[in-house]
Design a protein around this ligand. Sequence first.
Ligand code: ADP
Length: 187
Amino acid sequence: MAKKHIIAMSSPSGGGKSTIARYLMRIFSNLSFSVSATTRDLRPGETHGKEYYFISKAEFQSKIKQGDLIEYEELFGNYYGSLKSATDEAIVNDKYLIFDVDVKGALSLKKLYPKEALLIFVAPPSMEVLEQRLRARDTETEEQIQKRIARAEMEMSQKELFDYVIVNDMLEDTLEEAEKIFADHIS
Ligand code: ADP
């Protein structure tokens, strides 16, 4: 099957994409997370090029003008986005990248890299289960949980736009299914 260096993984928050991505990156040594660029300040313990490429606002804006942003957004006064230059370099070096993006970001990747992009949607088995998992993860406030669930309905309605939909019910089955898909598209 055709190799795909750009793998967009989308899911409602709490759907399980981080759990799946962490597992896959242990198995496939040439697979890693795509590093985004941001204008927010570097926090203690962070390294330029690891968590993010930390760049100035002026630099970010000039990259937007040059067309180097695959997709970007402004959050709380800072820019976040994926660099085309870094992505192109990964492809040339036969590295495989997972992009943790929303539906819009996944579609931007497909548009820019029609041959290289593989779009995977991770769906929770039901909204009830999604809510349970978000609560069990215990990383958000009640208000944030409600916002994530409201957004999840809209996200779920777009899953047909993806190449694969993995329903994350029993984790063991999910990981096996994901591993098979990746093995088909990664060398
Ligand atoms: P995302 O990265 O999509 O926001 P996470 O990978 O953080 O989601 O998963 C959300 C929570 O659900 C985590 O606490 C994770 O351990 C748990 N989880 C993920 N998949 C399953 C599963 N199949 N069954 C039970 N719990 C799961």
